[in-house]
Design a protein around this ligand. Sequence first.
Ligand code: NZQ
Ligand code: ZN
Length: 388
Amino acid sequence: MLGNFTYCNPTRLYFGEDSLQFLKGELAKYGPVVQLIYGGGSIKKNGIYDQVIAILADCGKTVVEDAGVMPNPTVEKLYEGVKIARENKVDLLLAVGGGSVCDYAKAVSVSIRCEEDPWEKYYLREEEPDCEIVPVGCVLTMVGTGSEMNGGAVITNHAQKRKIGHVFGDEVFPKFTILNPLFTYTLPKYQMVAGIYDIFSHISEQYFSGEDDNTSDYVMEGLYRSLVHSSRIAFRDPENYEARSNIMWTATWALNTMVAKGKATDWMVHMLGQSVGAYTDATHGMTLAAVSLPYYRHILPYGLKKFVRFAQNVWGVSPEGKTDEAIAKEGLAAMEAWMRELGLVMKISDLGATKEMLEGIADGVFLLSGGYKQLSREDVLQILRESM
Ligand code: NZQ
Ligand code: ZN
């Protein structure tokens, strides 16, 4: 392993079909006013809302509702949440939903006592919080982002056509998260597979970097294989608890910062996907799926050894009698076949991106340097064109 690092993950997890019972003990640690944050209403339809409200009432909490967090939460919604929190002097932000709801809660948590504009400070200027942070807890209902155990908070500004993620430090991680695989059963299949691809992409963004022999790469090969295996079962049988619980746990490990340690990490698929998202407001996992193969084919010659290892260790490609290039390409072909099996969106044009948008999307792509090739704006445009 190369590099020097610090590792700390302060989020306490409660996992399994009985995990909601632990919410009561967590709530006891915080003051009386809870801002209950949720999305467009799925938790009301599937009964999770009623279960959470009953526990909050049992604990004697004053509940302040903050509903309507949209997928890809906006800066306007962030300002609204901050206003609710300030007016009610809330003690805890309880997010019940997917990555959007958890991300939003974290963005609110660092903005309540912040005297500056949070979009400008945290997203445009990428500064760290220097104010008191209100604690966040999560009850996760959609699997994919890893937001349940990390400091990420992605916010979209439609007026500026920017979707930007800030990865905050461990003081912003949720203090606790309830992970109940049963809560994910009501997810529409489109969201389930988008989340599965989001997990796959998080692993890839970290796996495809570095040349050294690194423990994290072996861990990630295991995560990849478990994910591909369980995804096939969950696709056929969405109520298969074993598969859904494995997918939920894999999502957490794919982006709870551990496997990134000692790695340069790439993240260009996310930079491309986020800019597509800023223009189309499409589902996050699908934006990643649509740009991935053109991106990986583009960088394959620069990271050939790793693509060979990926083909053999993740997809079981036999190397016999083949050149490294042929093995690597067969690995990407196996990945493509799996993506098509799940019905993932393979083109950004199928998500609403048009030819006229491509220059603007390219302008919104942050060019990072941790992967196998530092992309130029021309590379970005070429990848976007190949994703149409
Ligand atoms: O809003 P409701 O009605 O709850 O419906 C949601 C939403 O429409 C629905 N849903 C969630 N749980 C459900 C359910 N429907 C039925 N049953 C359930 N149990 O699913 C839809 C999508 O939810 P959302 O939270 O938007 O999805 P996801 O978890 O994929 O989060 C996406 C956001 O997270 C960011 C993305 O950019 C995007 O803004 N990310 C956060 C990251 C992080 N914190 O580290 C990293 C990721 O790469 C990602 O960028
Ligand atoms: Zn992602």
